[in-house]
Ligand binder design. Structure first.
Ligand code: FDA
Length: 569
């Protein structure tokens, strides 16, 4: 078409971006452009295959961002996966659909974001969802899947459920009995998606149950709507920076892009520019556009348009480790069972652990602040850490996630502490938008994070020592007792964990929604402080880590963001 300007430009056609573009383009008189660096993966088997997790890694649809060598995390760097395709990271992720604990979302409001609480977000989880009830699919007979219909939406775009390659190995009851036999039992949770995640459960995924293919943001929010004449997508188009209207006001009026043929162009936005490039890219686009820490921008010859030094700070991720066991039986399906222990279930002496951690919070906060040159203030960080402490030790949120994955002759496990305290950052390293940013998550910077990771490993060893599972499993093949001895102390676990972890791929908070005076980058309408019409709607805005996986929360935030932009909230 001949349209050269749009009402809204969404930068990044990923998980959040396509939700917002879809909802805004429900208004017929509104033109929306999505700028996406990747292409279509509609027919890419590395995406659609429900058993294909990891197949896309290292291919041209993976940004494969590299971190700096991790000072506290074994001296090694990590590769942070992220989808470079229409649909973004939802096209390469593990498809797990698990939300958060109510108290965690309520904490967003506690920190100063009025209106952002569980009660207000819950309707948006459901609005986006098209839950496929398991009883419709005979391949799920005997799988043990349960759910509460009150927690689900049935008419939204995003298909959520179980596929034929999942969960019909009949193991649900054995796992449950094993958890009931723990010294501190972990009870069965009928449906963890209603805001109470603690316990053991069988969880759904973003999958098309009928077709047995991955459901991603493009399949849910774009392809069924691609005939809308007011919804435009430019694929293989790289956004370089935001352009500003002349004058003193910080009003975004477009985006400078490099088109698929290599030429540069500026595309104009008459209403708003909406960043949805992901937690490792949106803050860097802000910096390239002159929004950020003046000292950092000056280093690369970028004029400061808005002095907002916390852009790119507050980066929070989780660390992922695994243990492996031989299994006596052979499994042909890829089943997943999750346990979410609370602090009292993970730590044998949780009151003492809590008391000790509470005393350390001032030192933790000082360390985070000094690591970023006091760009975030120790007193603010300490307040956030106390909120996080309250979540763990008072509200009883899950403090770890334990995934059990029987497949072939192996019991694979993955585990991670849900809410690490360490805070890192991401910043540009050049004024050239094609140059990789500097990413430093500071994994294991604070010792509670290592301690939670160790306790999660011990929890798994208990699982395999407890009947009936003890009898069903063979040897621990990784790390194995020769690497980490039975009953090893923290020191005994530390090396294995720090040499073998990977990112859990849940980076958030690099353009945090918080009051400006405590280091926020966007306000409660997701508008960047100091601008009149520039928003961020992706995982960057999430102020605290959630204990579920990220995508359900990212989808819900984007649904709510769309209503905010439309003026409905
Ligand atoms: P997202 O990455 O989806 O979108 C950003 C988009 O912007 C991308 O399409 C990108 O190409 C584009 N872009 C970036 N820079 C650009 C530029 N300069 N110009 C144009 N376009 C640009 N969560 C979960 O709930 N369950 C799970 O099982 C998993 N598993 C998992 C595995 C792996 C390997 C990863 C990497 C992540 C997960 N996650 C997950 C996390 C979850 O998928 C993730 O948090 C969200 O999809 C992030 O959505 P966003 O919208 O923030 O970014």
């Amino acid at each position: 078409s001949s349209v050269t300007q749009y009402d809204y430009i969404v930068v990044g056609g990923g998980t959040s971006g396509l939700v917002v573009a879809n909802r805004l383009s429900e208004q017929e008189n509104i033109n929306v452009l999505v700028i996406e660096a990747g292409g279509s993966v509609y027919n890419n088997d590395n995406v659609t295959d429900t058993l294909g997790y990891g197949k896309a890694f290292g291919t041209d649809i993976d940004w494969a961002y590299e971190t700096t060598k991790q000072e506290y995390g074994g001296g090694i760097s990590q590769t942070l996966r992220a989808g470079k395709a229409l649909g973004g990271t939802s096209t390469i992720n593990g498809m797990v659909y698990l939300r958060a604990q109510t108290a965690q979302i309520d904490a967003w409001e506690t920190v100063g974001n009025k209106g952002w609480n569980w009660k207000n977000l819950f309707p948006y989880f459901r609005k986006g969802e098209q839950f496929q009830t398991p009883e419709k699919y005979s391949f799920l007979n005997g799988s043990g899947v349960t759910y509460d219909p009150a927690y689900h939406g049935f008419t939204g775009p995003l298909k959520v459920g179980w596929s034929s390659t999942q969960l019909n190995d009949g193991l649900a009851q054995e796992v449950n009995t094993t958890y009931q036999n723990f010294d501190v039992p972990v009870s069965y949770n009928k449906d963890p998606n209603g805001g109470d995640m603690v316990g053991y459960s069988l969880f759904p995924k973003t999958v098309d149950s009928e077709l047995n293919i991955r459901e991603d943001a493009a399949r849910a929010y774009y392809y069924p709507y691609q005939n809308r004449t007011n919804l435009h997508v430019w694929l293989r188009t790289h956004a370089n920076k935001i352009t500003w209207k002349d004058g003193e006001d910080a009003t975004a009026d477009g985006v400078e892009v490099t088109l698929s043929n290599g030429t540069m162009a500026v595309v104009k936005a008459t209403r708003e520019v909406i960043l949805a490039a992901g937690a490792l890219k949106s803050p860097v686009l802000l910096e390239l556009s002159g929004v950020g820490n003046p000292d950092i921008l000056a280093k690369y010859g970028i004029d400061t348009k808005i002095n907002l030094p916390t852009v790119g700070e507050n980066l929070q991720d989780q660390m992922n480790n695994g243990l492996q066991y031989d299994s006596k039986a052979s499994y042909s399906k890829s089943a997943d069972y999750v346990a979410y222990p609370s602090a009292s279930q993970l730590f044998p002496n949780s009151t003492a652990v809590g008391a000790k951690l509470l005393r350390k919070l001032p030192a933790y906060a000082a360390k985070v602040a000094s690591a970023n040159g006091n760009i975030t203030k120790a007193s603010d960080i300490q307040r956030f850490f106390k909120i996080q402490w309250d979540l763990i030790f008072k509200a009883g949120i899950p403090v770890a996630e334990i995934l059990l994955e029987p497949f072939g002759n192996t019991y694979d496990t993955e585990y991670w502490g849900s809410v690490p305290f360490s805070r890192g950052n991401v910043h540009l390293s050049s004024a050239d938008p094609t140059v990789a940013a500097t990413i430093d998550p500071k994994y294991f910077m604070l010792d509670f994070d290592l301690h939670a990771q160790i306790q999660a490993a011990r929890f798994i060893r208990e699982l395999f020592k407890t009947e009936p599972f003890a009898d069903m499993a063979g040897n621990e093949t990784s790390p194995g007792l020769s690497v980490v001895a039975a009953g090893a102390d923290d020191q005994g676990w530390s090396n294995f964990i720090k040499q073998n972890y990977r990112s859990n791929f849940h980076p958030i908070s690099t353009a945090a929604m918080m009051p400006k005076e405590v280091g926020g980058v966007v306000d409660t309408s997701l508008k960047v402080y100091g601008t009149s019409n520039l928003r961020v709607v992706d995982a960057s805005i999430i102020p605290f880590q959630v204990c579920g996986h990220l995508q359900s929360t990212v989808y819900a935030v984007a649904e709510r963001a769309a209503d905010i932009i439309k003026g409905k909230i």
